[in-house]
Design a protein around this ligand. Structure first.
Ligand SMILES: Cc1ncc(COP(=O)(O)O)c(C=O)c1O
Length: 359
């Protein structure tokens, strides 16, 4: 029994797709784990009668070395979702402590805020579907305690570059935590945006209000294993560690993530393929008359407005699951070349007048 009855959770798109449908709705990798990860997973499975290392020490140290940050700033958790949830809970401790996020954004931010009992305020994207950092900075109010910016942005795939982010971070008050959610950073051209480099800059200047979350779920193809990490100032990292459950990242997950990190050249090659498919798909969609913004992630955004739910249903008739944001647009995860071709066929049929439209 809970004191206040059962709380209503904000809606969060579930991970289920009907059998036989091509899944282009979950922003997952279509390629599976990297071969090196698959090999160590097979071995690690033999040890599942033992509890894993509760602090994922080998993975923490490998990440710290890779990112050139002190190990005490790195926290590994069961998906970056868990770390985002805990960052919010660590900072939003008073009743009115508020989360500020762009809209639309990753739908689960609302869920994490609800877990922390924090109200959510939103800032509209700019007309080109990018996060409007100036508007976000201007919207920070006396109750704002956390701002989460996904970069590249989910659902639109747009990106804010280093200079823009640097200016934004300088404008944010010291008592507001900025979390740069970089779930898709590996899909962006190298050097275009790097939240960890920015966090280090800010920390070196005495500003401890920037954290970064990343994940093995997307470019590394390990969504089902639930491994993510946060880079946070030591005090905040200590709070993340204090709120962790014992043994929460499985040994199989730790081993696979470590092997994936070591094998990241393979991951990079896959991201290059995704980038090539992204360019091909965006060109084709534009030729069909759609106006998707440029994407730096593993998904593209079709701003079909009031037709979003109908477009989703139209794709379903072609055997494809995509994710509609009612009234705004549709997010389509890039898949294999064959999946992308099927989606382009559905889009072509829609563009040529098939499919039910807004009356
Ligand atoms: C922007 C963003 N952040 C975080 C996540 C959570 O990823 P995970 O919990 O699998 O690390 C997702 C997943 O879709 C996402 O799109």
């Amino acid at each position: 029994m809970t004191a206040g009855g059962v709380r209503a959770a904000p809606e969060h798109a579930p991970g289920r797709t009907p059998v036989g449908m091509v899944r282009m709705s979950g922003n997952e990798s279509p390629s599976g784990p990297l071969p090196a990860a698959l090999r160590v997973m097979m071995d690690a499975v033999r040890d599942v009668h033992r509890y894993p290392d509760t602090v994922s020490a080998d993975l923490v140290h490998a990440l710290a070395e890779h990112l050139r940050v002190p190990p005490e700033t790195v926290t590994v958790g069961p998906g970056s979702s868990a770390l985002l949830q805990r960052l919010l809970a660590a900072v939003c401790t008073r009743t009115d402590d508020e989360l500020l996020v762009p809209d639309p954004a990753f739908q689960a931010y609302r869920l994490f805020a609800a877990h922390a009992g924090a109200p959510v305020r939103t800032v509209a994207l700019s007309t080109d579907w990018a996060v409007d950092l100036d508007a976000v900075a201007a919207a920070i109010g006396p109750s704002t305690r956390v701002v989460v910016i996904s970069n590249p942005h989910n659902p639109t795939g747009t990106i804010a570059g280093q200079q823009q982010l640097r200016r934004f971070l300088a404008a944010v008050p010291a008592d507001v935590l900025v979390v740069l959610d970089e779930a898709y950073v590996e899909y962006a051209a190298e050097g275009l945006a790097d939240g960890v480099a920015l966090a280090k800059e800010r920390w070196a200047g005495g500003h401890d209000n920037v954290a970064v979350t990343r994940t093995f779920s997307k470019a590394y193809g390990l969504a089902g294993l639930r491994v993510g990490y946060a880079i946070a100032p030591p005090m905040l990292a200590a709070e993340l560690a204090a709120s962790a459950l014992p043994f929460e990242v499985s040994g199989v997950g730790q081993a696979a993530a470590l092997a994936s990190l070591v094998s990241r050249e393979r991951m990079r090659a896959r991201c290059d393929l995704t980038a090539a498919e992204r360019a091909r798909v965006l060109d084709a969609l534009r030729e069909q008359g759609f106006v998707p913004p440029p994407s730096h992630a593993n998904h593209v955004w079709l701003p079909v407005g009031e037709d979003a739910a109908r477009f989703e249903r139209h794709c379903r008739d072609f055997g494809i699951a995509v994710l509609a944001y009612p009234g705004l647009g549709v997010r389509i995860t890039l898949g294999s070349r064959a999946d992308n071709d099927l989606m382009l066929a559905a889009a072509r049929a829609w563009a040529s007048g098939a499919g039910e439209r807004t009356p």
